[in-house]
Design a protein around this ligand. Structure first.
Ligand SMILES: Cc1cc2nc3c(=O)[nH]c(=O)nc-3n(C[C@H](O)[C@H](O)[C@H](O)COP(=O)(O)OP(=O)(O)OC[C@H]3O[C@@H](n4cnc5c(N)ncnc54)[C@H](O)[C@@H]3O)c2cc1C
Length: 530
């Protein structure tokens, strides 16, 4: 049954703007538009709001699903921090993870990514003393690519006619970087494969290994964390908690367990939505933050989709990889267990990242091509007060959707013995990786629970349980239809698919969607406001 997220409120039939999904993109657009005086209705199919920013609780523990660290928020004048402060009235606080944010472990060697670009460079130089020229060039390319990024995304918010005139020019510089793979760029500046493997040691943050990923995406993630990482104080659920009052203040609301079945369209104009239970809501503006495949394959009528050849456009993009996450509960506080704040990225000793992924996809018993271990309870300064004598750890790796597709159509928590056995096997393998790194944790684990691509599909509705929406290949950046304005009047898109994966990407997508709808330079307004 459709429910209000917080308390009993009056639900109306008409709103200024209806948003489908309550991920970071919709929350960001929703708060910005609420501040423009719009009455917003956010409809979320899950029983809890936030999309990948939601948390879940079990057996007295709490886990964050899609946030482990966010960059750039520690700097008060960064665009990301300014937008967060604007949409939460500065109520959302950030806990800095400290000097070391990522540790890359390849076989028996480990490499630390430390805060501050000069520190980062000097640290990497300690491991690769002969690579100064390559590292200087690398950092330079990261910054040049990111400098070109702003205009690329702003062009997506321009009115059609201006976009036709200026868009090409605004996109050109960024496309130079996005059209090359990460490996193409890195292999031109160094022949040292070990250095390339280390520098791309965060590829799990965007899901594609270096020979397949766009360099622009790599550059954006690498720079995002150059100033270190932060975690929301109080956990990820603080994001929705601090944004909700802004939406409510403009008489809007967030509804959960509220699945949209169809966007109502007449004469090529969107005018409302029909819910799974048949109820209808109406608005002149509809925003979908459910991902491009959900929006164009499920939510709009087939005849509209046919009219604009949407399926042939969708053929040019692919869902990103799927993942599994082992959510672990331990006895003992993060201090007792000596849990670090930094993340661990663990890779096989042999082979480059692409080969490790291919080997694993061809043989599910091969070593995991990447294992990411995050320690959320040690990142949040309020954790120990909220959950005394407890700690949590998340372990993530790639799981091909096909490994689980035969259980498609079965129900969550009731998929049968064979599925549970497979999960147990994979959980044990993931725990082995953890104990190999931190043997002191043996005997401290009191609960673990593995999510699979079917879990992601069940809760966040991505058709192949994809981790990051559509994949970040070079061709993605050439798809001009990945922008807020759609072919249907009154229907807009937001979320990671129109910018990139990452909380920062989705946050920014909300800004460009709101700018596209209002025709205002809202980034300017946000900067002036602070
Ligand atoms: C395991 C994992 C770890 C991550 N770690 C980080 C990290 O450390 N740092 C970082 O910056 N980013 C991280 N990310 C990425 C980041 O969380 C996402 O890119 C971002 O949150 C996506 O936001 P979004 O707005 O696109 O929407 P999503 O969060 O994808 O939300 C879409 C929402 O739409 C809803 N929906 C779908 N269909 C319907 C419908 N028919 N009716 C109503 N609602 C519907 C879904 O239920 C969902 O709530 C991680 C992601 C994952 C999966």
């Amino acid at each position: 049954m459709i429910q209000s997220y917080k308390k009993k409120i009056n639900i109306h039939n008409n709103y200024d703007i209806i948003m489908i999904g309550s991920g970071m993109g919709c929350l960001s657009a929703g708060a910005i538009l609420a501040k423009e005086g719009k009455r917003i209705l956010i409809l979320e199919r899950h029983y809890t709001p936030g999309g990948f920013t939601h948390v879940f609780k079990r057996k007295g523990y709490e886990w964050d699903v899609g946030i482990h660290y966010i960059g750039e928020v520690q700097r008060k004048n960064s665009a990301i921090r300014k937008i967060f402060d604007y949409i939460t009235n500065s109520k959302l606080k950030w806990a800095d993870m400290g000097k070391l944010y990522d540790r890359i472990i390849i076989g028996k060697k480990s490499y630390d990514f430390v805060k501050g670009v000069e520190n980062f460079k000097n640290k990497i130089l300690q491991y690769f003393p002969n690579e100064k020229v390559a590292l200087d060039k690398y950092i330079d390319l990261i910054f040049t690519s990111n400098k070109a990024m702003g205009k690329f995304y702003i062009s997506k918010a321009l009115p059609n006619i201006i976009e036709k005139l200026l868009g090409g020019l605004m996109r050109k510089k960024y496309l130079y970087f996005s059209n090359q793979t990460t490996y193409e760029v890195l292999s031109r500046i160094t022949k040292n494969e070990e250095l390339i493997k280390v520098l791309t040691g965060q590829y799990g943050d965007y899901g594609l290994p270096p020979k397949q990923s766009s360099f622009a995406m790599h550059a954006s993630v690498a720079k995002h964390y150059f100033d270190g990482g932060s975690f929301p104080v109080g956990g990820s659920s603080e994001i929705v908690k601090t944004i909700d009052p802004i939406i409510e203040n403009a008489l809007g609301t967030i509804l959960v367990s509220a699945e949209v079945d169809r966007i109502l369209i007449k004469n090529n104009t969107a005018f409302g939505v029909k819910m799974k239970d048949g109820k209808k809501f109406f608005a002149k503006t509809i925003i979908s933050g459910t991902g491009i495949f959900n929006t164009y394959e499920k939510l709009i009528p087939t005849e509209v989709s046919r009219k604009y050849s949407l399926s042939s456009r969708l053929e040019k993009i692919k869902p990103s990889v799927a993942h599994g996450c082992l959510y672990i509960g331990l006895k003992g506080s993060p201090d007792d267990l000596k849990l670090p704040k930094n993340n661990l990225w663990i890779y096989p000793e042999e082979g480059d990242h692409d080969k490790c992924v291919t080997d694993y996809l061809n043989n599910k018993d091969a070593q995991f091509p990447v294992v990411y271990i995050s320690f959320p309870s040690s990142k949040d300064p309020t954790w120990t007060k909220r959950y005394p004598n407890k700690s949590t750890i998340d372990i993530i790796t790639l799981f091909p959707y096909e490994l689980f597709s035969k259980w498609e159509g079965t129900k969550w928590m009731n998929r049968g013995r064979e599925y549970e056995n497979l999960k147990e096997l994979l959980s044990k393998r993931m725990l082995d990786v953890l104990f190999n790194q931190l043997p002191n944790l043996k005997g401290k684990v009191v609960h673990y629970e593995l999510s699979t691509p079917l879990t992601t599909k069940n809760f966040v509705n991505y058709k192949k349980g994809e981790l990051y929406g559509i994949e970040h290949s070079p061709s993605r950046f050439n798809q001009k239809f990945l922008k807020p304005k759609t072919f249907i009047s009154g229907l807009f898109l937001t979320g990671q698919d129109i910018v990139t994966a990452g909380v920062g990407g989705a946050l920014f997508s909300g800004l460009i969607t709101a700018s596209s709808i209002t025709g205002k330079n809202l980034l300017n307004k946000i900067y002036k406001h602070s």
